[in-house]
Design a protein. Structure first.
Length: 360
């Protein structure tokens, strides 16, 4: 990654990390309007850190969002709420089990807990939108979230919204069904997670228990024909009403990485005369060969630096030439162009006409 983009990435990450700590001394610093005009007139003067980051992030959707404050003292260590959830489907593999079996297990579970009002929650994330939906007592409630939210955040937000709705309902026994096993596991182990929504959910559960409200949580598999879950999933995907909420730092950090990588890709696409651009046009991690010696040889072939083709530079000799084609001997010529190796190309790559990107 170019150095200026790496600086921007690290600076933006630190900026949002500052915003996630409510007591950080730099968090509220900003320059007056008069100084802003002064800095605009004297471009050689370096802006304060927070002002530089605000300008760098001006084109990003999350530049103005509020960041969840990380609260390490929501509960004292000796009084962390105990969270558990039911999983009547644990003995069945979804990939090999007929959906009808899951439906029968769910009906049996509902018969056992018939006195608990069911609430179905679901979160959805696509390339363009993120949403969450809940279904309770034949009512549907859905909200659209920030596009930078992760699937885990969407699932946790759905559970949080369900608990908020419980405060407005007359019943006092509920069973919340979620399709996200990772969300329920995160709630069950809050000591190992710093996700801020987890703390808010546990606080809501504690407040509801103080009001003699009994809340059960249960995991259910998705897309197996359970009506409440299918309805929640449909409305989560089509949610149109925005929910003004803060974003966890982890989600913002991931969006920053995607944003900076897109800037790097745009810059790389313009370097068409760079010889490495012809080898790798899309910036991504390549698979690593387990044997390092073979990995080194493969990378030397990719960049075209081998002893056969570059030894003349070390010994002050003339550039070697292909005895058949009478052109400079290069790795590209040997692998792609030289007719002497056509049989080898046909044997190993099942094609005579190749491009260096096909081999790299």
């Amino acid at each position: 990654m170019p150095l200026h983009l790496r600086r921007r990435k690290l600076g933006a990450q630190y900026y949002f990390r500052i915003q996630s700590h409510s007591n950080h001394p730099v968090r509220t610093l900003s320059i007056p309007v008069g100084l802003g005009r002064l800095y605009a007139a004297r471009t050689s003067n370096i802006l304060p850190f927070c002002e530089r980051m605000k300008r760098y992030l001006g084109d990003l959707d999350i530049s103005t969002v509020q960041v969840y404050h990380i609260d390490f003292f929501s509960f004292p260590p000796w009084d962390v709420p105990q969270f558990s959830f039911l999983n009547p489907f644990s003995k069945f593999d979804k990939s090999t089990t007929n959906p009808v079996v899951f439906q029968q297990i769910f009906l049996s579970h509902r018969t056992q807990f018939c006195t608990y009002s069911p609430i179905f929650t679901d979160g959805s994330k696509t390339a363009s939108r993120v949403g969450c939906g809940i279904v309770f007592d034949q009512n549907v409630f859905s909200r659209r979230l920030n596009a930078s939210c992760s699937v885990l955040t969407a699932e946790l937000m759905a559970i949080w919204l369900a608990l908020e709705k419980v405060f407005t309902l007359p019943e006092n026994t509920f069973c919340i069904y979620s399709v996200s096993l990772s969300a329920l596991e995160t709630l069950a182990h809050p000591q190992t997670s710093i996700h801020p929504i987890v703390s808010e959910i546990l606080c809501l559960v504690t407040r509801l228990k103080a009001r003699d409200c009994e809340i059960l949580f249960c995991w259910i598999p998705s897309h197996v024909g359970i009506h409440g879950n299918e309805l929640a999933d449909t409305f989560a995907k089509s949610a149109s009403t925005d929910l003004n909420h803060q974003l966890p730092y982890a989600d913002i950090k991931k969006s920053l990485l995607i944003y900076v990588h897109s800037l790097w890709q745009e810059s790389w696409d313009q370097q068409i005369h760079n010889k490495l651009h012809s080898i790798q046009q899309l910036l991504k991690l390549r698979p690593v060969v387990p044997v390092r010696m073979l990995d080194v040889k493969l990378n030397r072939l990719r960049i075209g630096h081998t002893r056969l083709t570059h030894k003349y530079l070390l010994f002050g000799e003339r550039c070697p030439a292909c005895t058949t084609c009478h052109v400079n001997l290069t790795v590209h010529h040997i692998l792609v162009e030289c007719p002497v190796f056509s049989n080898h190309r046909s044997r190993f790559f099942i094609s005579v006409s190749l491009n260096i990107r096909d081999l790299a």
